[in-house]
Design a binder for this molecule. Structure first.
Ligand SMILES: Nc1nc2c(c(=O)[nH]1)N[C@H]1C(S)=C(S)[C@@H](COP(=O)(O)OP(=O)(O)OC[C@H]3O[C@@H](n4cnc5c(=O)[nH]c(N)nc54)[C@H](O)[C@@H]3O)O[C@H]1N2
Ligand SMILES: Nc1nc2c(c(=O)[nH]1)N[C@H]1C(S)=C(S)[C@@H](COP(=O)(O)OP(=O)(O)OC[C@H]3O[C@@H](n4cnc5c(=O)[nH]c(N)nc54)[C@H](O)[C@@H]3O)O[C@H]1N2
Ligand SMILES: [Mo]
Length: 763
């Protein structure tokens, strides 16, 4: 029995596909029905509706779904949630429990045969658990023993750089600050986080060009924008509350251009969730011009658009570009224009896969507008030239002077609800010296200066046994990372793997010689410490810091809060720390006081975070000030088009999310907005490509990825004809992660290129 394989990948079996007509608009009655059905099956209807009433209200808790901001002023009762927010809450507040008895009756191997959907549905973990060396089952362990074990293993390493401290993006500011402090006092900057796989490319591009790694717009800017361009993003599923903001832009006469290989339903039309009279019917049209670009054709497309603008500008100088802004605020304009002129439209066009006329139409619209917002997400950040993608869109905004003024700017739409806050708190493998100086001064220790491993670096280090302890603050490392089998080998090389988690996931099953699961409170739950009930704080995608307090009774009396778990590990590990970890956890105001003195922008933190709606952090780009860049100005940059060359029979594959998942948490098996029900092992293809490959609808195929002579295979996917450009395909992650090579990543940001995987399709 013990010799049976432990599966790092989800099972290959199919679940019974049903294809449905693709809906015409997003949200509406179906979404409300779906939300209520998830809530009532996981939580119970009465309690569930009570929970939703607290979601994203100023006295309630922050939705664990996405990082889209809440309105500063008006918040409608029961309206500041969305279908997928409701599902996220249902997952956390579920009635189901994973108890010590559950682990006694299910071996690790047995659990690994389940799908991620089945694993997730097992529910909330109730007690700290240990998997002893050579054991087949987890067993209960006391918190004290667990902390001692972490301390013992960390102190046994030759150097602190042999330990990895991962963070997912749900961790509160308070927990994140303590965690990075613990890790730096222990002696390393090995603090990779989910950002490394997410918006790292945005951070890198924006810091270089605008002097701040965050976006510049506020929610109110959508009320003033003349044009919003949405690139590489599927908000109908992943940021549904954003549709309301886009609806506002439209109501005030603004236009929307969408750039995406897929006609994502939510972006085309939607039914305002806050206006029940509009829940039925065809809904409001959102997208005015749809550019169905080829995967990774964005730099080429932006270059064509800017070339067309330049032509117009030459005909009528000062009519299109904002020369006043360019002269006063930017650097590198001349070199940029010179480089742009070296490209010909004929050479660029094939990369986009588009008709020239539709690009011209988009350029004509952009030419007329002065207040432009560009929004983007993973469709731009997860390519080899991802940083180029984002720098290139900044070029467009700079030409138009569309930054640092009302109704205009950059809007990288973040994923995890506090991923931006975690970075602000110092969860970063490449900390700035000024930040470390502040920590040293306040806490009286010598902070490590050598940069640490990011996610890809950490996997490689574990694979080479340069790192042998892995600690994960939330997240699901094995299922979120690329190259599943390689990463599994890396984790199995460790002496100890530790996961601080709310729910069971596959990362608990792909373990080092010994493993710990440390179960923590979720967002929706009451957090009581010695001084009484606590709240935490988070930062949304637009730099608003606000509080979040849970209202539910914790799902088990044995859970600890994330700050308490960090304090426990720190006390057991650090012998000479001058920080009184236990005291800080008694009252989170004390942690916030420490944040205030070490991180700029948090003056009077405790007072301001208690104000309704919280407060905005400073943002130089929003203020039209670009002095933090290397040139002291906003920088034009020269960027590279895609260098991917497909040979005959090869396809580009992007790995995306269904409507029924939150990253690796699978809420259900449907992708309603793409008309696919009850199946995740599918590949979307262009019908003409299917014809060429002699494939018909629902044929079963294997996918083989090709990278620098290496091959990886994922078996058993059903082919679905879909509206997608030629030579482009789409699959879902985590199923397709096994195909993403560890070495295939973005220049500069090191983000896995999980949107451009080169594959062949075998029948
Ligand atoms: N319900 C729900 N909400 C979520 C999440 C979730 O899993 N579920 N995840 C959260 C997280 S962590 C994140 S980062 C965000 C992710 O939010 P998204 O980035 O919207 O998520 P993806 O499913 O990766 O979708 C990528 C989109 O980019 C398009 N795309 C792919 N390649 C290209 C390209 O080369 N060019 C262009 N122009 N488009 C391209 C795809 O067609 C797709 O529409 O959502 C957050 N919110
Ligand atoms: N191929 C491919 N791979 C991708 C992506 C892609 O588009 N394609 N997207 C990437 C992106 S954008 C991201 S952000 C990463 C996501 O990577 P991760 O953040 O690592 O993954 P999640 O699935 O969000 O993590 C879910 C787990 O977090 C735990 N959890 C939930 N809430 C809490 C909490 O409040 N506290 C604690 N301690 N734990 C909690 C639960 O145990 C749950 O199982 O995946 C990346 N991977
Ligand atoms: Mo993300």
């Amino acid at each position: 029995m013990g010799s049976k394989k432990i599966h790092a990948q989800p099972p290959e079996n199919l679940t019974g596909i049903e294809l449905k007509k693709i809906p015409e608009s997003a949200v509406g009655v179906k979404a409300i029905q779906s939300a209520l059905s998830h809530i009532s099956s996981e939580v119970g209807l009465g309690k569930g509706v009570g929970l939703l009433a607290k979601l994203n209200q100023t006295d309630g808790f922050d939705c664990p779904g996405c990082a889209w901001p809440d309105p500063d002023e008006k918040r409608a009762f029961l309206a500041e949630y969305c279908e997928n927010g409701a599902k996220a809450v249902a997952e956390e507040a579920t009635k189901n429990r994973v108890s010590p008895l559950f682990f006694t009756t299910h071996s690790v191997q047995e659990l690994s045969e389940l799908s991620d959907y089945e694993i997730g549905k097992k529910g909330r973990i109730t007690h700290p658990m240990i998997l002893k060396e050579g054991a087949t089952h987890y067993e209960e362990i006391s918190w004290q023993e667990a902390f001692q074990m972490v301390g013992k293993e960390l102190n046994a390493l030759d150097t602190p750089d042999e330990a990895i401290f991962y963070t997912s993006g749900r961790t509160s500011n308070e927990a994140a600050f303590l965690y990075q402090l613990f890790v730096r006092q222990y002696g390393t900057n090995n603090l990779p986080d989910c950002s490394n796989m997410c918006h790292e490319s945005s951070g890198a591009a924006l810091s270089e060009t605008l002097g701040i790694g965050k976006g510049s717009v506020t929610l109110d800017d959508f009320n003033h924008a003349e044009l919003v361009i949405v690139m590489g993003q599927n908000p109908g599923t992943n940021h549904p509350r954003m549709l309301t903001a886009l609806g506002e832009t439209k109501k005030r006469g603004g236009k929307i251009i969408t750039i995406n290989p897929l006609p994502e339903v939510g972006l085309m039309r939607y039914n305002d969730p806050q206006n029940p009279l509009k829940w039925i019917g065809k809904g409001q049209k959102l997208t005015d011009i749809f550019l169905q670009v080829k995967i990774n054709g964005d730099v080429a497309l932006l270059k064509i658009i800017m070339k067309l603008l330049l032509e117009k500008e030459k005909v009528q100088p000062h009519s299109i570009f904002d020369h006043d802004f360019i002269e006063k605020k930017t650097s590198g304009y001349k070199d940029f224009i010179k480089n742009l002129e070296e490209y010909s439209i004929d050479e660029l066009l094939p990369q986009t896969g588009l008709e020239f006329s539709v690009i011209q139409e988009a350029a004509d619209l952009i030419a007329q507008k002065k207040k432009i917002i560009i929004c983007w997400a993973m469709g731009l950040t997860q390519h080899k030239n991802a940083v180029d993608n984002i720098r290139e869109l900044v070029n467009l905004l700079l030409l138009k002077g569309s930054i640092g003024k009302k109704g205009a700017g950059t809007c990288p739409v973040r994923g995890h609800s506090n991923v931006q806050g975690d970075r602000t708190m110092g969860i970063w493998e490449k900390p700035k010296d000024a930040f470390l100086d502040n920590l040293e001064k306040e806490f009286n220790f010598k902070a490590p200066r050598k940069h640490g491993y990011d996610v890809v670096g950490a996997i490689e280090a574990m694979h080479q046994q340069k790192a042998t302890v892995f600690i994960g603050m939330g997240g699901n490392f094995i299922s979120a990372t690329p190259d599943t089998e390689y990463t599994a080998e890396a984790l199995r090389n460790c002496n100890l793997t530790v996961h601080i988690s709310t729910k069971l996931n596959r990362s608990h099953l792909i373990h080092g010689s010994q493993a710990l699961i440390l179960p923590c409170l979720g967002r929706s739950e009451k957090d009581i410490q010695e001084s009484g009930e606590q709240f935490v704080s988070v930062e949304n995608s637009m730099g608003v810091v606000h509080q979040s307090s849970g209202h539910l009774k914790p799902s088990s009396a044995s859970l600890l809060s994330e700050p308490a778990i960090v304090a426990g590990m720190a006390e057991a590990t650090l012998k000479n720390s001058k920080v009184s970890w236990k005291d800080l956890v008694k009252n989170y105001d004390l942690i916030r006081n420490k944040i205030e003195v070490t991180i700029p922008g948090f003056d009077n933190y405790n007072e301001r975070v208690r104000k309704k709606g919280g407060f905005y952090l400073p943002n130089n780009a929003r203020d039209n000030n670009f002095s933090p860049t290397h040139s002291g100005k906003a920088n034009f940059t020269i960027n590279q088009i895609s260098d991917i060359e497909l040979t005959h029979n090869q396809f580009m594959m992007m790995t995306i999310r269904t409507h029924d998942q939150y990253n690796t948490t699978i809420y259900g098996l449907d992708d309603r907005y793409r008309g696919v029900l009850n199946e995740r092992r599918v590949i979307f293809m262009n019908q003409k490509d299917m014809d060429d490959q002699r494939l018909t609808k629902l044929d079963l195929v294997n996918l083989v990825s090709h990278f620098e002579g290496e091959k990886r295979i994922a078996k058993g996917f059903l082919v679905i004809p879909y509206s997608i450009p030629r030579q482009c395909t789409a699959t879902y992650f985590p199923e397709a992660n096994v195909l993403v090579p560890i070495k295939s990543k973005a220049r500069i940001s090191n983000t896995p290129a999980s949107k451009t995987v080169i594959i062949t399709i075998e029948k």
